[in-house]
Design a protein around this ligand. Structure first.
Ligand code: AMP
Length: 300
C-alpha cells in the first residue's frame, strides 16, 4: 500500500538499500526536502507530469522514465490555469485513489499530488515566455490562455522536481513543441523526451477524457483514427490542402463535430498548403457529444 509521508521522509535511505515503495507527497515543502536529499546523493530524476485519470498512455511514459532514471516523480494535478472553459475543468475526470494504485504498479518512486494554493502561492511570479506563433496556432488559437497555463505549471514543477529528464506524450503534439520552446527560452537544464501515442487495439488514442464516453461514443470516436489513416493514405497522391478539404467534408457528413483538421510542419507547426515538408503531421480535434478529443498522426 502507498503511504502518505509527512516530514520524516525515508526515500533516500530506501534508494540506498533498494527497497523503494511509492511515496505519496501532498505538499511542496515535503517534496523540496525529498528532492534536495536525492540531488545530494547524485540521483538522476525523471519526471512525468499528469492531470490524473491515469491510463496506459500515461503508464508508457512512467515506465520509460523508470527505465532511464534512478528516481521517477509523477505529478497529478488538474491545473485550473490551463483550462479556458470552466465547464471542461469541472467535468475533467478525477480518480485519485485508483490513480495512486496505478502509479504504484508502474514502479514510480514519488507521486506528487499538490493543492492549488501550494502550486500557486500568492507570491508566485508568472514566467514570461515568448512562445511565438505556437500561441496562435491550433490549440493556441482554439484555447486562449491554455499554453500560458501549461507554461506556468511546468516552470513551477520543473523548479520543484529539478528533473534531469521530463517525459511528454506526442498525443499532445503541440504541447511538446511548447515545452521545448519554454525550456530553450528559460535555459532550463532538463531534457524533454517525447513518447509515442498509445492507442487501444481499435486505434482510439488512450485519453483521460475517454472515461466520459459511453461505449457507443467510443465507437463513434474511432472516426478520428480512421480519418487520420485515410489522410495518411491520401498523402501519397494529394496536397495537404486537398486532404484537409476532404477531411472537413468527411467530418461534416459524420456524427462528429470537427474543431480543426490541419496538416502541419512538424517543427514550426504552421499549416501546409500546396507543398509537403518531411514528417508532416495531421492534427485533429473533434467532439463526440460534449467531449473534446485530440489526436494526430505523422503522414509521410
Ligand atoms: P494529461 O494527464 O492528459 O495531461 O497527460 C499527461 C501526459 O501523458 C502528457 O504528456 C500526455 O501527452 C501524455 N499522454 C496522454 N495520453 C497519451 C497517450 N495515449 N499516449 C501517450 N502519451 C499520452
Amino acid at each position: 500500500m502507498a503511504k502518505t509521508v509527512k516530514k520524516d521522509l525515508v526515500l533516500s535511505a530506501c534508494v540506498e538499500i533498494n527497497c523503494c515503495k511509492l511515496l505519496v507527497i501532498n505538499n511542496v515543502s515535503d517534496l523540496t526536502l525529498q528532492i534536495s536529499e536525492l540531488k545530494s546523493l547524485g540521483k538522476k530524476i525523471g519526471f512525468v507530469p499528469t492531470m490524473g485519470a491515469l491510463h496506459i498512455g500515461h503508464a508508457s511514459l512512467m515506465k520509460r522514465s523508470v527505465r532511464e532514471n534512478d528516481i521517477t516523480v509523477v505529478s497529478i494535478f488538474v491545473n485550473p490555469r490551463q483550462f479556458n472553459n470552466p465547464e471542461d475543468l469541472a467535468k475533467y475526470p478525477r480518480t485519485i485513489e485508483t490513480d495512486i494504485e496505478f502509479v504504484e504498479k508502474t514502479g514510480v518512486d514519488i507521486v506528487f499530488i499538490p493543492e492549488e494554493d501550494d502550486v500557486y502561492p500568492v507570491n508566485f511570479s508568472v514566467p514570461e515566455v515568448d512562445l511565438g506563433r505556437l500561441e496562435v496556432l491550433m490549440e493556441g488559437r482554439m484555447r486562449p490562455g491554455h499554453f500560458d497555463g501549461v507554461v506556468q505549471v511546468l516552470t513551477r514543477f520543473f523548479q520543484l522536481v529539478q528533473p534531469d529528464n521530463a517525459y511528454f506524450g506526442l498525443k499532445d503534439f503541440q504541447q511538446v513543441a511548447v515545452v521545448r520552446k519554454m525550456v530553450e527560452y528559460l535555459h532550463l537544464p532538463v531534457n524533454i523526451i517525447a513518447c509515442p501515442i498509445y492507442r487501444e487495439s481499435s486505434g482510439l488514442a488512450f485519453s483521460s477524457r475517454n472515461q466520459r464516453l459511453t461505449e457507443a461514443q467510443k465507437e463513434e470516436a474511432l472516426f478520428i483514427y480512421k480519418s487520420l489513416l485515410k489522410a495518411k493514405e491520401l498523402a501519397k497522391k494529394m496536397t495537404p490542402v486537398q486532404i484537409a478539404e476532404i477531411m472537413k467534408q468527411d467530418y461534416s457528413d459524420s456524427s462528429m463535430e470537427l474543431e480543426y483538421f490541419e496538416i502541419v510542419d512538424p517543427v514550426t507547426l504552421e499549416s501546409l498548403t500546396d507543398e509537403w515538408t518531411p514528417d508532416a503531421v495531421a492534427c485533429v480535434v473533434a467532439y463526440v457529444g460534449e467531449v473534446r478529443l485530440i489526436d494526430n498522426m505523422q503522414l509521410n
